[in-house]
Structure formats: structure tokens, C-alpha cells
Write a protein that binds this ligand. Structure first.
Ligand SMILES: *[C@@H]1O[C@H](CO)[C@@H](O)[C@H](O)[C@H]1NC(C)=O
Ligand SMILES: *[C@@H]1O[C@H](CO)[C@@H](O)[C@H](O)[C@H]1NC(C)=O
Ligand SMILES: *[C@@H]1O[C@H](CO)[C@@H](O)[C@H](O)[C@H]1NC(C)=O
Ligand SMILES: *[C@@H]1O[C@H](CO)[C@@H](O)[C@H](O)[C@H]1NC(C)=O
Ligand SMILES: *[C@@H]1O[C@H](CO)[C@@H](O)[C@H](O)[C@H]1NC(C)=O
Ligand SMILES: *[C@@H]1O[C@H](CO)[C@@H](O)[C@H](O)[C@H]1NC(C)=O
Ligand SMILES: *[C@@H]1O[C@H](CO)[C@@H](O)[C@H](O)[C@H]1NC(C)=O
Ligand SMILES: *[C@@H]1O[C@H](CO)[C@@H](O)[C@H](O)[C@H]1NC(C)=O
Ligand SMILES: *[C@@H]1O[C@H](CO)[C@@H](O)[C@H](O)[C@H]1NC(C)=O
Ligand SMILES: *[C@@H]1O[C@H](CO)[C@@H](O)[C@H](O)[C@H]1NC(C)=O
Length: 782
């Protein structure tokens, strides 16, 4: 007994040392399908016996097991040495083993101090489609259940009120898991489920520090509350972000949808909150194992890696595949690593991958210069400057402290500005190198009365509206040049920042956010990603009251609604749309829902010009996929490109992943990768004519005839066979081929095309009297 307990103590006291010394890591061990007849205890016992086969003792086996996935996924997560992992991998019953990497996954919001703005959520959401008849038709998403993997929820928010909502759908099998700050009465008819998953996190970091996060579904961070209310928040009138500024109505996309919260992301221990959270693959898989079995219809995941991960090593991709098997729609953020090419995450073809763009709403806080010129700016900070007075204006570079270079001062780094020179002035700081809110703190600290935050060329027209600590406004790069020229040419430059207000219908909108991760899809260039873009810049939604809007330690402000940006914010917009489509078309597959969203997207802005990047350049499908989503159009797409779970398994066969589902045998000759029935077309390294198969399903008028048209990428010709498709009933399928031929064989032989010519972009469409079923094409030549 004594022996045992001292051994136990030993193991407890130095687990970190032993695990680094003997090189133990968390591995996920996947098994084939379990026959649905086994009870969960049997499956768990089975997992245990496999674990026993590589561990010395029963205790060791038990202690090493983090999760036994048994409700939807068959597998387990355990602490293993590489040798033990490879031993397990050799077993016949084990399909594959993947290693979990700490801190690989994070939430796809840009740091909240980097962004802010205000939008009336509900309005902005449906503006492109016209009216809200879709909402009515879909019963506002009534009884559709959306699961969110995120940082939890702030259940007191008005956005999660269940007033007037009917009973929880009978199909629901989830639970309301309690813990600090979260009891069973925090779930209601809106928040119908809540769980948390922390074993992976605690295995790596040790016990959660209770002052840093709640060991319960309660959201201390804000991100999870924001994404959940974007999907399914109730319509709440008269909300505002800060100080009553930019007041409006907040509403989720599917305001009567039910929400199920799966908390999988946790505060990084010992780090400032602005550094964000971390999410462990084994925790996310456990959440998905539950979400699928709980009965969600849509899963929204605003989480990803900063670089692509192979499908079988990626917990999100694997979990999503199990979800697709149950016909659950999975919407994921593309990532915030743009505008660099090839940066997107979550590229699996069974996921809807969502990029981020702007909305047509600004929170303007203009600057008036001493010469009377007015320069447009954006802010979330109510300006308390006297609008009838002019204040001295200076470029921060000209205010450097003695001994500090102009380069440090121009970006307003801490300790770079001279209080003597800056006192009483409005200071223009350039973006970059430190946080935007932090620059305001520096200017305020040296006695400045206002901040003009100037974009650098990379930021273009993407102006964030931030909750600064002093009167402040952000300006585009071209406006920055104007103000700097005025400063240069003026002896005593002066300016005032006017009080802000909300303006609607700004143009151009939408434009792509610079941060939105871009294609090509480096994991599989045969699948075009992202699929779609949706609003992700300056989005208003509910917030935790446990954290300030800036997440800075000395920001005492508490808000019920906050404005943040990221593909994290665009992903739930698409999840909400999927929920509405699921409500209207309950029999559609997840692929059909994605197809409807993609083929009805628009590639034009509100000036009827092609979508642009933040710098005014033409954007392309590597930024926006099929285009900007139009929920109201997606209801009636005419035709859909359907795909089943089996089609995805065939796709995996074709890329050499043969055994992901043991109940399925890859054919001796798998189809080619490009034949996955996808609503877009990507042909990398074309070196001759390629023919691609596609099948469309009629979901429009019973009797209809569709005609083919194309705007081919400049380097190729595109033909369809047949070029007319006639349908006689709903549900009828028609197949066709698309043939893509390089335009100039000669050019191919002269060698590689130059960088800008390497990829070319185009479209093909099927059109009847009332539908335009459009698919993007991207081609690169060998
Ligand atoms: C749950 O907590 C709230 C306070 O947050 C309290 O008012 C309520 O009575 C609690 N309910 C239960 C069932 O404990
Ligand atoms: C828990 O977090 C708080 C705040 O970050 C910190 O002050 C404290 O030292 C931490 N406690 C432990 C045991 O790490
Ligand atoms: C909105 O809320 C503010 C502050 O809570 C209040 O003063 C104002 O009257 C409200 N407006 C409407 C239209 O309810
Ligand atoms: C991803 O898979 C490819 C092909 O199977 C392999 O060559 C590559 O090493 C894998 N990458 C990682 C990071 O495991
Ligand atoms: C504009 O930005 C895009 C990516 O965001 C980039 O590819 C393009 O080169 C930029 N154009 C200019 C003129 O800087
Ligand atoms: C700011 O960052 C850029 C790019 O990382 C770097 O080149 C530059 O030297 C930095 N400037 C300062 C003042 O730190
Ligand atoms: C302002 O003047 C400085 C030198 O005095 C020069 O380097 C800078 O380019 C000028 N800026 C503008 C916008 O004219
Ligand atoms: C594409 O369709 C054609 C005609 O139905 C068929 O012969 C061919 O095998 C298909 N290609 C693949 C790779 O399935
Ligand atoms: C085109 O590429 C394929 C595969 O990369 C290769 O097998 C084939 O020989 C190439 N054809 C030509 C004409 O270069
Ligand atoms: C590459 O192609 C683009 C577009 O045709 C052209 O404008 C550019 O001059 C070319 N660059 C080179 C180095 O040939």
C-alpha cells in the first residue's frame, strides 16, 4: 500500500519531467467502424485492451488514456511513446495513428486589439439578397441545431434569450455540462447544450489556472460568445459596442436556430489574453464525437492551423469527415494568414472553407485639416475633441525622443515619443510593429490629445474601427499620404477628429480582407479553396462580460457587444446560412447545401464591379472561391453538385489514403482527383487536354433546360459536352464533361509562364430562365 501510494506520488509530481524524458506525446489511435451494436462500455474496454498491449501495467494504461471516442468516432487519445504508437499502428484493427501537436490550433480571429468596427448584424447579413423572406421561409432556422467548437459562451447575453421559443427538439441527445460559473439553468431553449473538453490542454499544460479561464462551458475570452451569437443570436434592438456609439440591432443569421456549445479552446497559461487561446486536436475530436451523436445539423469551427496539415493528421478534417457521414454540414474558417498565397487551412473537400470580406458599413470619424480638407477615417472611439476647435497636428516621426530614431517613432513604439513635443497634439502614427490600440496608449501616455492611425501600403483601404483609449481614427494609405503631404507643406499643421457616426451603403463593398488566407490549396491543388467569402471585417456580436473589448490587462471597459474581425467571424455567417437551408430543404445533403451557397455567390461588389482586394487590385478565386455568399439566392440554386460520404472516400482513395473507413474498399482503379463532383474546378499544372466529369441534380423547376456558357481562364479553352441539359423532374441527375485545353501548345514548350500568368481564372455556368449556376475555374499550366 505504501509502496503503491509513493509510486503514485512520484508519477504525479514529475509527470512533465518524465514525459519529456521518455518522450511521451498524445497520439490519436483510429479504429475502423464499430458495429453499432456494442455498448459504449464495451468499446471503451476494447480501447483499453489495445492500450494494455503496449503498456506495462493496468494503471499505466488507465492513466495514459485521455479520451475514448466511441459515440461517432471509433478511436482513442492517449499518452504514448513513439515506439508504443508505432506498435499500435502495426495492429490490424488500427487504421492509423496521428500525433497531436500542442499549440497547433488556434481561433481564427485576428487579435481583438487589432480590429474593431460596428455593424448591425442582422441587416448586413441579408443585404445582398434583398429582403428577409428567406428568414421567414426558413422559420428563422427554427429547430435546426448548430454546434460550435470554440471558447464557450456567455449565457447571460440577451442574444441567447429563449423567450418565445418552442421546446427543445426531441431529436436532441446532448447535455448541459456544469462547472464553475455554469449551472444547468444556463442552458435554455436557445442554448440547448453545453460541454467542455480540457484533457488534452491539461495533459500539456497541467491543471487549468482558475483565474485564467472557467473549467466549464462559460466563455472568458469572448470569441465563442461572438461566433455563437453570429450564427444564432436573437434579434436584439438598440445594442451598441462602446459608449452608445453606433447603436443598432444585433441578430444572428438564424435567430431561431438552437445552439450547442462545445468548449475546446482555452486561455494560454501565463500569457497576456491578447495572445489568444489554444485548442488541442484530441479535445476537438472528443467534441465532434459528441456533437455528431448529440444530433447537431451544422457544425461551425472558427479554428485552424497557421499552415496546412495533412488530412489524416488534422483533427478537424477527420472529425468533419465523420460528421459528413451523418450528413452534418461543417463550416470552417480559411484562416487569417493572408494575403500571402497558399496560406489557407481547413482545405478538406468535405468542409465549407470560408474567407472573409468587408460589409457596406463604416463607422466614420472624419478628420478636418487646417486647410479645410476633410479626410475620411474610421473609429469606434467616441471623439471628445471639440469639433469647432483645431488642434496642433504632427507626424509621430517628427516627435521622436532625443536619441530615438524616426523609424521607431513613426510607428509609435513604447518610449519612442517625446512628451515635450507631443503634448496637446493629434499624432499621426503608421501601422505595423506594435498593436494598434497600443499606439493609442503610447500617444495618450505622452500627452497627445488624439491619434490618427495611418495604413501602410499593405493595409490598403482595409481600415479597422478600434475601441481606442483616446479620440482616434484610422485612415487608408492613400488618405495617409494626403495628411502627410499637408503636414509637410504646412508651417503649423492643425486638425480635428470629428465625432463618429455609422454610415451604410459604403462603396466599394464587399472587398476582400487582407488577412483572409489565400489559395492555392497547397494540400491538394486539384480542389479549389476557399469555397466562399462572407463578412468578417468589423463584425458586431455578443461578447463576454469577463473581458474588455481590447483584452488589454489595464482596459477596465466591459461591453455586452463587441466588434472583431477574422475568418472566425465569416465562418459562422456561412454556418447560419447552412442552418437556414437545412430548415427549408431538410433532405439536402451537406454537399448540396454547400453547392447551393457556392453557385449562387456573387463576384461583384455594390458598384457592380468585380470584387477587389483591400488594395484595389482585382481579387480572384484564391481569395473568394466562388464569390461572396448570397443567402437569399442560395435557397433556390436550380441545380446542385451533390456528393456523398462514399464520394469523399473515393476522393481519398485517389490521393492514396485508402483505409480511412475499413468498411469501404478502394476500387482497383480509383477515379481521378478532379472527378470529385465539386462545384468548382481547379486544374494545376495542365500539360495537355483534360476532361473532367460532373453531375448536376435538378432542385429547381421540374421541367427545365439549362445552357452552358463560359468565361474561360485566359490560358485555356473550355468546352462542355453536352452543352444543353434538359430535366423532366426534380431530383433528376445529368452528367456532363468539361474539356480544358491549353490555348497555345507552343507557349508551353517555351517553358514556364511567369508568376502573374501562372494561374488563370475563369467561370462556367448553367443557365435557365431563372437560375445561374456558376462554378469558378482556376488553371495553372505545367
Ligand atoms: C445558476 O446560477 C445562477 C447565477 O448565475 C443562479 O441564479 C441560479 O439559481 C443557479 N441555478 C441553479 C439550478 O443552480
Ligand atoms: C494564475 O493566473 C494568474 C493570472 O494570470 C497569476 O497571477 C497566477 O500566478 C497564476 N497561478 C498559478 C498557480 O500559476
Ligand atoms: C437605446 O438605449 C439607450 C441607452 O440604453 C436609451 O437611452 C435609448 O432610449 C434607447 N433607444 C431606444 C429606441 O430604445
Ligand atoms: C503529408 O502527406 C504527404 C503525402 O502522403 C507526405 O509526403 C508528407 O510528409 C506529409 N506531411 C506531413 C507534415 O506529415
Ligand atoms: C494587392 O493585394 C493582393 C493580395 O492581397 C496582391 O496579390 C497584389 O499584388 C496587391 N496589388 C498591389 C498593386 O499591391
Ligand atoms: C517593423 O517591422 C518591419 C517588418 O517586420 C521591420 O522591417 C522594421 O524594421 C520594423 N521597424 C521597427 C521600427 O521596429
Ligand atoms: C514629407 O517630407 C519628408 C522629408 O521632409 C519626405 O521624406 C516625405 O516623403 C514627405 N512625405 C510626403 C507624403 O510628402
Ligand atoms: C468520366 O465519365 C466518362 C463517361 O461517363 C467515363 O468513361 C470515365 O470513366 C469517367 N472518368 C472517371 C475518371 O470516372
Ligand atoms: C503531363 O503530365 C503527366 C503527369 O504529370 C505526364 O504523365 C505526362 O507525360 C505529361 N504529358 C506531357 C505531354 O508532357
Ligand atoms: C508576366 O505576365 C504579366 C501579365 O501578362 C505581364 O504584365 C508581365 O509583364 C509579365 N512579366 C514578365 C517578367 O514577363
Amino acid at each position: 500500500m505504501i509502496m503503491k501510494s509513493s509510486l503514485f506520488l512520484f508519477l504525479l509530481l514529475i509527470p512533465v519531467l518524465t514525459s519529456s524524458a521518455d518522450n511521451k506525446q498524445v497520439y490519436i489511435v483510429y479504429f475502423g467502424e464499430h458495429s453499432g451494436e456494442k455498448v459504449f462500455q464495451e468499446i471503451e474496454d476494447e480501447h483499453h485492451s489495445y492500450l494494455m498491449s503496449v503498456k506495462e501495467t493496468e494503471e499505466e494504461a488507465r492513466a495514459s488514456l485521455l479520451y475514448s471516442y466511441k459515440r461517432s468516432i471509433n478511436g482513442f487519445a492517449a499518452l504514448l511513446t513513439p515506439e508504443q504508437a508505432s506498435k499500435l499502428n502495426e495492429l490490424n484493427e488500427v487504421v492509423w495513428v496521428a500525433q497531436s501537436h500542442p499549440n497547433k490550433y488556434s481561433m481564427h480571429t485576428t487579435r481583438s486589439w487589432e480590429f474593431s468596427g460596428l455593424e448591425e448584424g442582422g441587416r448586413g447579413f441579408f443585404k445582398t439578397g434583398g429582403d428577409s423572406s428567406l428568414l421567414l421561409k426558413a422559420g428563422y432556422g427554427k429547430d435546426v441545431i448548430v454546434g460550435l467548437l470554440d471558447s464557450g459562451v456567455w449565457p447571460e447575453s440577451q442574444s441567447f434569450s429563449d423567450e418565445g421559443m418552442g421546446p427543445v427538439p426531441k431529436s436532441w441527445k446532448g447535455i448541459c455540462q456544469t462547472g464553475p460559473g455554469f449551472n444547468s439553468s444556463h442552458c435554455n431553449r436557445k442554448l440547448i447544450g453545453a460541454r467542455y473538453y480540457i484533457k488534452g490542454f491539461e495533459t500539456h499544460y497541467g491543471p487549468l489556472n482558475a483565474t485564467e479561464d472557467y473549467r466549464s462551458p462559460r466563455d472568458k475570452d469572448g470569441h465563442g460568445t461572438h461566433t455563437a451569437s453570429t450564427v444564432g443570436g436573437r434579434t436584439v434592438a438598440n445594442v451598441s459596442a462602446l459608449g452608445g456609439y453606433a447603436r443598432g440591432t444585433a441578430s444572428g443569421g438564424a435567430p431561431l436556430a438552437r445552439l450547442a456549445i462545445y468548449k475546446v479552446c482555452w486561455a494560454l497559461p501565463g500569457q497576456p489574453k491578447v495572445n489568444g487561446n489554444t485548442c488541442f486536436m484530441e479535445d476537438m475530436l472528443a467534441a465532434m464525437d459528441d456533437a455528431i451523436a448529440d444530433g447537431v445539423h451544422v457544425i461551425s469551427i472558427s479554428i485552424g492551423t497557421s499552415s496546412p496539415v495533412n488530412y489524416t493528421d488534422d483533427g478537424i478534417a477527420v472529425g468533419a469527415l465523420y460528421a459528413i457521414k451523418k450528413n452534418i454540414v461543417v463550416s470552417c474558417s480559411a484562416g487569417n494568414n493572408g494575403p500571402t498565397a497558399g496560406t489557407l487551412s481547413n482545405p478538406a473537400p468535405w468542409i465549407i472553407t470560408v474567407g472573409a470580406s468587408s460589409v457596406d458599413r463604416d463607422f466614420i470619424a472624419p478628420i478636418v485639416l487646417g486647410n479645410g480638407m476633410k479626410v475620411q477615417g474610421q473609429s469606434l472611439t467616441p471623439s471628445k475633441l471639440n469639433p469647432n476647435k483645431m488642434y496642433p497636428l504632427a507626424f509621430a516621426a517628427d516627435l521622436a525622443k532625443p536619441g530615438v530614431s524616426r523609424d521607431l517613432a513613426r510607428v509609435c513604439l513604447p518610449d519612442s515619443l517625446s512628451p515635450k513635443k507631443a503634448k496637446g497634439k493629434i499624432v499621426l502614427c503608421m501601422r505595423g510593429n506594435n498593436s494598434r490600440i497600443g499606439k493609442g496608449v503610447v500617444v495618450k501616455g505622452v500627452g497627445g490629445v488624439g491619434l490618427i492611425l495611418a495604413n501602410i501600403p499593405e493595409n490598403g483601404i482595409e481600415v479597422p474601427a478600434d475601441p481606442h483609449f483616446l479620440p482616434a481614427t484610422g485612415i487608408s494609405y492613400s488618405n495617409a499620404i494626403k495628411v502627410l503631404q499637408y503636414i509637410n507643406l504646412t508651417k503649423t499643421p492643425r486638425a480635428v477628429i470629428l465625432p463618429g457616426m455609422t454610415v451604410l451603403h459604403t462603396k466599394p463593398a464587399p472587398f476582400m480582407a487582407a488577412f483572409s488566407s489565400r489559395g492555392p490549396n497547397v494540400l491538394d491543388p486539384n480542389i479549389l479553396k476557399p469555397d466562399i467569402t462572407a463578412p468578417g471585417l468589423n463584425i458586431l456580436a455578443a461578447w463576454t462580460e469577463e473581458d474588455s473589448p481590447t483584452k488589454l490587462p489595464d482596459d477596465p471597459r466591459v461591453v455586452k457587444y463587441n466588434i472583431i474581425s477574422g475568418t472566425s467571424m465569416s465562418c459562422p455567417h456561412v454556418a447560419a446560412t447552412a442552418a437556414l437551408l437545412r430548415a427549408i430543404h431538410p433532405t439536402w445533403s451537406s454537399a448540396a447545401i454547400r453547392s447551393a451557397i457556392m453557385t449562387t455567390a456573387t463576384q461583384r461588389n455594390n458598384l457592380r464591379l468585380p470584387l477587389q482586394d483591400e488594395n484595389g487590385s482585382l481579387a480572384n478565386s484564391f481569395a473568394y472561391g466562388a464569390g461572396h455568399f448570397r443567402p437569399t439566392e442560395a435557397v433556390d440554386p436550380g441545380l446542385v453538385y451533390d456528393a456523398s460520404y462514399t464520394d469523399y472516400l473515393l476522393y481519398l482513395c485517389s490521393i492514396g489514403i485508402m483505409n480511412i473507413d475499413q468498411s469501404f474498399k478502394c476500387p482497383a482503379k480509383p477515379p481521378t482527383v478532379t472527378d470529385l463532383n465539386y462545384p468548382s474546378l481547379a486544374i494545376p499544372k495542365l500539360n495537355g487536354t483534360v476532361t473532367v466529369n460532373r453531375t448536376v441534380t435538378n432542385v429547381g423547376h421540374p421541367k427545365s433546360t439549362y445552357f452552358f456558357s463560359t468565361i474561360p481562364p485566359s490560358t485555356v479553352s473550355v468546352k462542355a459536352k453536352p452543352s444543353i441539359l434538359s430535366f423532366n423532374h426534380v431530383g433528376e441527375k445529368k452528367s456532363f464533361t468539361i474539356t480544358i485545353t491549353p490555348r497555345s501548345e507552343k507557349r508551353l514548350k517555351t517553358g514556364k509562364f511567369n508568376e502573374t500568368e501562372e494561374y488563370a481564372f475563369g467561370w462556367y455556368s448553367w443557365t435557365d430562365e431563372s437560375h445561374h449556376v456558376r462554378s469558378p475555374i482556376t488553371v495553372s499550366l505545367a
